[in-house]
Design a protein around this ligand. Structure first.
Ligand code: FES
Length: 122
């Protein structure tokens, strides 16, 4: 290896990863999920499920512990509000948390529907 040469980043690929059962989610509340090195805040809002990074970029607040208002996760520490659909800080484009695609996976035999996120696993 030569000094000063750029090293290629390890390849990543997206993996559908189970986060929780759908019936563990409560409308308008966050659920903290730690999986595969990710710390996520999962929300049910208007019947839709969203997953965003849990750590607030302001000072590390726990977004899963905040309220949902007008389609945003509101940080419980200083009330920064992040759109659940895009991760953007309301009123301040350019500041955002990462969002992850979600799918619901029905299961047979009366088992609860699984909530999965598409996570970039290295
Ligand atoms: S830590 Fe989230 S708003 Fe300050």
């Amino acid at each position: 290896m030569e000094l000063g040469t750029a090293q290629p980043k390890p390849a990543s690929h997206m993996v559908w990863t189970s986060l929780c059962d759908f019936d563990e989610l409560k409308e308008g509340e966050g659920k903290y999920v730690e999986i595969g090195g990710f710390q996520l805040a999962v929300f049910l809002n208007g019947g839709q499920v969203y997953a965003i990074d849990n750590n607030c970029p302001h000072a590390g607040g726990n977004l899963a512990g905040g309220a949902v208002q007008d389609g945003c996760a509101v940080c419980p520490w200083h009330s920064w509000a992040f759109r659940l659909d895009t991760g953007q800080l309301r009123g301040s484009p350019g500041v955002a948390v990462t969002t992850y695609p979600i799918r619901l996976l029905p299961r047979p035999d009366g088992k609860p529907t699984l909530v999965q996120a598409n996570l970039p696993i290295f």
